[in-house]
Write a protein that binds this ligand. Structure first.
Ligand code: IPM
Ligand code: MN
Length: 368
């Protein structure tokens, strides 16, 4: 199989974890006989430093031509004083819109050796396996008008959704539920918001097309509560952009290891952008201690969702599991009786579990 990937390391620990991702991509390519080329482009704060803009045209063009995109992280205090429209985050938002990455998929599933670090009691979090499907290219993030009014003393953002935008994310969520436990929770605020009432109507209409999936509607405030009290009751959760942003951060800490969680942002055609859920962690950037596993598991999602290579995806996930089972962890985590390792050592252990080839072959291939 021949594929072209664009790497967007971004800011903070982004370049360090992207280095790990590239080694894993090359390791899988060698092991399974795929030809995968990687091209690095700028985004976020580092793109501002290089070109004056968080999303250079060249980056958009390369991403448009790619089969998949891997992103490290964007943002940092260095760029905080810039006006909102020039900040690193605009690079990511602009790319989501430019590519039509409407479906953000965040699997929230804990790793048994790490569950002791969950803020929840182990018996409450145990067995939880949630897939959050967040609408990513509309809603409050993009609605117009969005501006200051009354000489700067008032401000307006717009929560807009149309039928097509809701239908495609709801379809995606139903299909995901069909391949899992066949339960869909649609989260809204239909007791207050008109967009939520439209959302709810469409979910009910669509449910006729997916008779094997049970559907429930939960108000967002109640959903926030139930994620803490009964995380086990959820399978697939579908919701609009801002609710999804908030709920997915809430859900991600429940596993006790936010550094482990991957995410996928998908277009209708299957091209996707894959990134860890965690941010750029500027406080530890350059120290070599960042946890590469969220990024490495994002590579697994890329093989699964964009390339349809399930075996390769599972191999990566299994390798990560095995590393944890053997007690290897990075400084953001802790495993009793285990060994704390740095970014490059953790990556090496994952590679050793993926291939009989030497680690240096994978690294050599990376820099060839
Ligand atoms: C996320 C992030 C972004 C968002 C920021 C960086 C713009 O929090 O991917 O969840 O709010 O969507
Ligand atoms: Mn967020």
């Amino acid at each position: 199989m021949f594929k072209k990937i664009v790497l967007l390391p971004g800011d903070g620990i982004g370049p360090e974890i992207m280095d790990a991702a590239e080694q894993i991509v090359n390791c899988i390519a060698l092991e399974y006989g795929h030809q995968i080329t990687c091209e690095t482009q700028a985004i976020g704060g580092s793109a501002i430093d290089e070109t004056g803009r968080p999303l250079p045209d060249e980056t958009v063009k390369a991403c448009e031509e790619a089969d998949a995109i891997l992103l490290g992280a964007v943002g940092g205090s260095k760029w905080e004083s810039l006006p909102p429209s020039d900040r690193p985050e605009q690079g990511l938002l602009g790319l989501r819109k430019a590519l039509g990455l409407f479906a953000n998929v965040r699997p929230v599933k804990g790793f048994p050796p790490l569950l002791h670090a969950s803020p929840l009691k182990e018996e409450v979090i145990k067995g939880s396996d949630i897939l959050i499907v967040r609408e990513l290219t509309s809603g409050l993030y993009f609605g117009e008008p969005r501006e200051r009014r009354e000489e700067g003393n008032a401000a307006i953002d717009t929560l807009y959704y149309n039928r097509e935008e809701i239908e495609r994310i709801v379809d995606y969520a139903f299909k995901s539920a069909q391949s899992r436990k066949k339960h869909l929770t649609s989260v809204d605020k239909a007791n207050v918001l008109e967009t939520s009432r439209l959302w709810r109507e469409i979910v009910d209409e669509k449910s006729a097309e997916y008779p094997d999936v049970t559907v429930e509607h939960v108000l967002v405030d109640a959903a926030a509560m139930q994620l803490i009290t009964q995380p086990n009751r959820f399978d697939v959760v579908v919701t609009e952009n801002l609710f999804g942003d908030i709920l997915s951060d809430e859900a991600s800490v429940l596993t006790g290891s936010i550094g482990m969680l991957p995410s996928a942002s998908l277009t209708q055609s299957g091209v996707g952008l894959y990134e860890p859920v965690h941010g750029s962690a500027p406080d530890i950037a350059g120290t070599g201690v960042a946890n590469p596993l969220g990024m490495i598991l994002s590579v697994a999602l890329m093989f699964r969702h964009s390339f349809g290579l399930e075996e390769e995806a599972r191999a990566i996930e299994q390798a990560v599991h095995n590393c944890l089972e053997e007690g290897y962890y990075t400084s953001d985590l802790h495993i009793q009786g285990g060994k704390c390792v740095q970014t490059d050592e953790m990556t090496r252990h994952v590679i050793e579990k993926l291939t009989s080839k030497s680690v240096s072959e994978c690294i050599l291939n990376t820099y060839a």
